[in-house]
Design a binder for this molecule. Structure first.
Ligand code: FRU
Length: 455
């Protein structure tokens, strides 16, 4: 019998919610009731509501035995917590229900996820599993699990890193893009195919990375928009160039095209999706209006775990959901309709913790949030043409595994209209209607007076 169950998780959450310290806990961004979260999983529009699942350790504010937490929303702003959806209680997922995705087939909600298994000799296996739900709340793992193991992979693929399946449907067949490591030391994406979501076949190595593109591409995602094909993934150690890929682990949007006879993706352009300190493992999905929505984990691996170190009982949040829009060769990340109207407006020189501000930054801007001894700075250098977030003046310093300075992150862009959102410990900046974005966390020790140093 496994030590983990939904009942145990729910009981723990109920007993510990009141102990969670709310000081830094966001109000406009999704975070869990207790414990640690990372990647968004299984984002899906099901029976008129948005569902979000996520990598979840309810029992501690650090990564641990991965469960799938679950919440739903009608407007992508207010989330209702639902019972934990998956717990690592089977031989084929005993050391974690790792990331995956969802799809709706015949009004049934299906999940595909990675079972993480550490064998007695310490060796790791990652295998793909399916679960389904008829009511969108309780999930049944199917008896055919696992549906794809390392055995299906060609020799050139490293079998121990095979995870994060993302489902999609194309020409009446189901597919899943799955992350894998190539023996040449580069990331690659495996394509699996199925007619019924139960029996899965290896289709192809959909895309093999180049040597500067990192050694593993976590959480791949495939979608089509305005006649173009896209891959979105989170490469580990994508090579730094200027202001791009400065976090050890980045998230990229690759545009290209697919030869569906060969089942090969060809890269055309690559772009770092967000230039802040904290943006990882984005996942996309489509709603009933045809919106392509993206939600990402607003954290990064290897960084100082501030709320954990302070024993606040929680860690990790999601970005504001963003809708991708294709406009004049650019992909914009825009807020869903109706969200901004519901947010408070921030005022200068007030204890501004939660809200948004929108203004023209064309001639340059400097904002400081905090006190003279402890502040976050962000703004626009109109000469260098860079929008930046600088964490170097914060008392609580956030370190990473990067071998280079990462206190300041920036994006090269000619900024005009800029919108930013503050949410207690989270900052999101959207430039020129979402042409570029920066998402970063910060932890002020003595409140947040917002000051504008330029006019
Ligand atoms: C990405 C990731 C995934 C994995 C999950 C484990 O952040 O490392 O590759 O499935 O987190 O929690």
């Amino acid at each position: 019998m496994s030590q983990f169950s939904i009942e145990r998780a729910e009981k723990y959450i109920l007993e510990n919610i009141s102990k969670v310290n709310q000081i830094y806990k966001p109000e406009l961004h999704f975070s869990a009731q207790t414990g640690w979260i990372n990647d968004p999983n299984g984002c899906v529009f099901f029976r008129g509501e948005y569902h979000l699942f996520y990598q979840f350790n309810p029992y501690d504010s650090v990564w641990g035995p991965m469960h799938w937490g679950h919440a739903k929303s009608k407007d992508l702003l207010h989330w209702e917590h639902l019972p934990v959806a998956l717990v690592p209680d089977q031989d084929y997922d005993k050391d974690g229900c790792f990331s995956g995705s969802a799809i709706v087939k015949d009004d049934i909600l299906w999940l595909m996820y990675t079972g993480h298994i550490v064998d007695e000799d310490g060796s790791v296996r990652q295998i793909q599993n399916m679960a389904y739900s008829e009511d969108g709340i309780s999930f049944h793992k199917i008896k055919e699990n696992p549906v794809a193991t390392g055995e299906v992979l060609p020799e050139e693929i490293v079998k121990s890193d095979f995870r994060d399946p993302k489902l999609f449907e194309k020409d009446e067949r189901y597919y899943s893009v799955v992350a894998a490591k190539h023996q040449d030391g580069v990331g690659c994406i495996i394509l699996l195919g199925s007619d019924d979501l139960v029996s899965w076949q290896f289709e192809s190595i959909f895309l093999k990375g180049e040597s500067h593109q990192g050694f593993m591409w976590e959480c791949p995602d495939y979608f089509e928009m305005d006649g173009k094909s896209y891959l979105m993934m989170s490469p580990m150690r994508y090579q730094r160039v200027g202001n791009d890929f400065v976090n050890l682990n980045s998230s990229v949007l690759v545009s290209g095209f697919v030869d569906w006879d060969k089942k090969q993706f060809y890269q055309e352009t690559v772009k770092e999706i967000d230039h802040g300190h904290n943006y990882y493992a984005p996942q996309s999905f489509e709603d009933n209006k045809g919106n392509r929505i993206v939600i990402a984990w607003m954290q990064n691996w290897g960084r100082t775990a501030v709320t954990h170190n302070l024993q606040h009982g929680w860690a990790g949040a999601m970005t504001t959901p963003r809708i991708l829009k294709y406009k004049g060769e650019k992909i914009l990340q825009t807020l869903p309709d109706g969200i901004l109207e519901q947010l408070p407006i921030l005022f200068m020189s007030e204890n501004s913790q939660v809200g948004y501000l929108q203004s023209d930054w064309t001639d340059g801007k400097v904002y400081r949030l905090g006190t003279s001894e402890d502040y976050l700075e962000f703004g626009y250098d109109a000469v260098a043409k860079e929008v930046y977030v600088d964490r170097s003046h914060l008392k609580i310093q956030i370190k990473g595994e990067e071998e280079w300075p990462i206190n300041r992150r920036a994006v090269s862009v000619e900024a005009h209209e800029v919108l930013f959102i503050l949410d207690k410990s989270l900052l999101e900046i959207f430039i020129n209607n979402g042409e570029e974005s920066l998402s970063s966390s910060y932890y002020l020790t003595d409140g947040g007076i917002l000051q504008e140093l330029t006019n």
